[in-house]
Design a protein around this ligand. Sequence first.
Ligand SMILES: [Zn+2]
Length: 243
Amino acid sequence: MRPDMILVHYTGMIDAAVALDRLCAPGSEVSAHYLVLEDGRVIQMVQESRRAWHAGESFWAGETDINSCAIGIEIANPGHDFDYPDFPKRQIAAVTALCRGIQTRNTIPPARVLAHSDVAPARKQDPGEKFPWRTLWDSGVGHWVDPAPITEGSTTLVLGDRGEAVTAIQDLLAQYGYGITVSGSYDSTTHDVVKAFQRHFRPQRVDGMVDQSTRTTLEHLLAQRGRVRTLAARARDFARLAS
Ligand SMILES: [Zn+2]
């Protein structure tokens, strides 16, 4: 397939050298197109036209073979198992520039720059709630709306709930692309998907419970998604206006 998605990961290894070894070892059966080091250096490991093994069992918007449609970027960060340090500014600047290039070369829709946790919510939490999606958005990468403020005491939906309100939120999450069955039952999959959604789009609180802020943020994303232009389209518009 032609790549039409960027999948962002952290390495989850104690340091970048260990991650590099693992990504180059045939026996580990894991690979990615790019590795971005803490100091901003970028190592290309697989050509963009080739398939790499970074997504594993995953789903987005009807697609299960994510490895065949996604460019994988591994960001050197030890992750949640090793105190999860902040991403250095230089590293984020390098990731942003890399994504801009990939978006332009491959025509990636903004809303298809995703976290590994978005496509595998039950298994993965990378790149995690510290990854600054807002910063990337400000440079024309990915999809973002400002999260609706958290208001204490708003009605929440939690694991075990049933009914129309659960059906409604499941339907919205499925519309956005998440792998969720619209059953009306707030099962463990729903909990995991809500957590993944929050990790990406409402990182102030990642608890797997649907409060008003979570619901409103998701509604805003859906409403805005059709209007977000790719960088290439924006550049064409600009060129037309300027001529
Ligand atoms: Zn990953």
